[in-house]
Ligand binder design. Structure first.
Ligand code: SAH
Ligand code: SF4
Ligand code: F3S
Length: 502
């Protein structure tokens, strides 16, 4: 039987969000219609992440929950795509006998053919990377014909999905091999896409109504492409994208401190549509730990980049990632991380408890010797330190007017609209779950007219407005704040919506 509907759930980073959009566009071309629940779907796909064990456990639990469905409707195709397919490979078929299909993140251009084959042959089938050579340089690799390029370059929007803010990949894979990290194993070697293809993709998205582009790469500032005689590096790519008419905002993630090049700061300062925002993970504030992680920089070198950033762009918003409980991390190492977080005054940080990943050098060579309770305590302590800083920074904005690109109704407003409830709930926004305390702390209740959007500094702002504001850039006067959210009132429209977004 030919499948007619699909369900797709995405885990992991922005790369996976983008891959899922590309996959959804392909499935739609195949004539499949998207549905909201695996129960209604002929094809159930999970686009997965392997960066921590917790991410894999969630997928295993989802798959476990589908056993009865597969028994009832054996023709349902269940597939795991993305990083976990690549990491666990065929072993996943043994672990989950009702799984039909595996497709690694570097093989997504084969997904269509794989689906047809599985539906005809009723066998467990996989498309996974063979060996990917790392002997050439990243710039040379960008030259090679890349079959995946077809997937990104032929991109077009799926009806019903907004392109207002879009991700565009500039680089695939990673060559850094930080000792804890699985990404280079599952995403393959680092390759930069041709600048002409990136610019063409951004142009086409802008023509469809996109106002904000986020350029994606695991180490985005390491971007390098050999264009004939010329070497195009990240600063130049940013300038080329900045020159595209009609684009309002450009962001880029994630930057890698060891490859930093100060000419990127010149672009940040001189190109007004490049947002004053830098995601520059430090991972630790201890040189001993950074060395064991093989990050390739010291705390002093990291601080130099941050100081230079602030010299060029004084109000730049900084975001960082930290791992707590790396093998051998002492209390002194951890306090050095706390000290770094206090000193930098990030806008926000992401804190992760170390999770040993099979096959990485840290997992092979070092015992996971920091107890789970210690990891949790350090995790909470670091977040608490940051929360005080975030609140202080946001309080300084009270009474000021910020520019917001309106993304849509806030989460709380959507909940109210869905339930038709007449009682207010705590104001919500595009925040991940677990931020409920932030809303509660604000003491503000939402209305069904509450909209949400982001400032150029990547702060979330919520305020009441009209449907016509969705997709517009508006001025919002800040009236109150919580550590993660700005609450305010619309003062005027700077630039109206270009396409109608609901
Ligand atoms: N390329 C990006 C990060 C990709 S993974 C960079 O280098 O910054 C996103 C984050 O997950 C990392 O920054 C790191 O903080 C965290 N992470 C990666 N591997 C991890 C592991 N084994 N355990 C815990 N956190 C991990
Ligand atoms: Fe992982 Fe390091 Fe590559 Fe980031 S730079 S993806 S942490 S190996
Ligand atoms: Fe996870 Fe793969 Fe991204 S491992 S963090 S989804 S590159």
């Amino acid at each position: 039987m030919k499948p007619a509907t699909y369900f797709l759930e995405t885990f992991g980073c922005q790369m996976n969000v983008l891959d899922s959009q590309l996959v959804a566009a392909r499935l739609r071309e195949m004539g499949l219609r998207r549905v909201d629940s695996p129960r209604e779907a002929d094809v159930v796909l999970f686009n997965t992440c392997s960066v921590r064990q917790h991410a894999e456990d969630k997928v295993l639990s989802r798959l476990g929950g589908l056993r009865a469905l597969k028994r009832r409707r054996p023709e349902t195709i269940i597939g795991v795509i993305g990083c976990m397919a690549e990491r666990v490979r065929h072993e996943l078929f043994a672990q989950v006998p009702h799984l039909d299909l595996l497709c690694g993140p570097g093989e997504l251009h084969h997904l269509e053919a794989l689906l047809v084959e599985v539906s005809e042959r009723h066998e467990q089938l996989a498309a996974l990377a063979s060996s990917q050579s790392r002997r050439t340089t990243a710039a040379e690799r960008g030259q090679a014909d890349d079959p995946l390029e077809v997937l990104d370059s032929s991109r077009h929007a799926v009806p019903g999905e907004s392109v207002l803010q879009s991700y565009v990949r500039v680089q695939r894979g990673c060559d850094k091999f930080c000792t804890y990290c699985v990404v280079p194993f599952v995403r393959g070697p680092e390759r930069s896409r041709p600048p002409a293809n990136i610019v063409a993709e951004v142009r086409s998205l802008v023509a469809q109504g996109c106002r904000e582009i986020t350029l994606l790469g695991q180490t985005v500032n390491s971007y390098v492409y050999q264009d004939g005689e010329r070497t195009v590096r990240f600063a130049e790519l940013l300038e080329q994208v900045h020159a595209i008419d009609g684009l309002d905002r450009i962001r880029f993630v994630t930057s890698f401190p060891a490859d930093w090049d100060d000419s990127i700061f010149r672009v940040l300062r001189d190109c007004p549509r490049v947002c004053p925002y830098l995601h520059l993970p430090a991972q630790s504030g201890s040189d001993r730990v950074l060395k064991a992680m093989k990050r390739g920089y010291t705390v002093a070198e990291y601080l130099r980049i941050v100081d230079t950033a602030r010299r060029y762009v004084p109000d730049i918003a900084l975001a960082g990632d930290f791992i707590v409980g790396f093998p051998g991390e002492t209390e002194e190492d951890f306090q050095a991380t706390v000290e770094l977080v206090r000193r930098i005054e990030y806008k926000s940080i992401f804190v992760f408890k170390y999770s040993p990943r099979p096959g990485t050098s840290a997992e092979r060579a070092r015992e996971d010797d920091v107890p789970a309770e210690t990891k949790s305590r350090r995790n909470n302590e670091l977040l608490a330190v940051q929360s005080v800083i975030s609140l202080r920074q946001k309080r300084a904005l009270i009474g000021r007017t910020v520019e917001v690109l309106v993304e849509g109704y806030s989460k709380a407003a959507r909940r109210l609209q869905d339930s038709d409830a007449d009682t207010g709930v705590d104001a919500g926004d595009g925040l991940p779950d677990g931020c409920a305390h932030d809303r509660a702390a604000s003491g503000i209740t939402a209305s069904p007219r509450q909209l949400a959007g982001r400032t150029p500094h990547d702060s979330i702002a919520v305020f009441d407005g009209e449907p016509a504001h969705i997709g517009a850039i508006v001025n919002v006067r800040i009236e109150s704040v919580s550590p993660l959210t700005l609450f305010g009132r619309i003062e005027g429209v700077r630039s109206p919506a270009r396409v109608s977004i609901r």
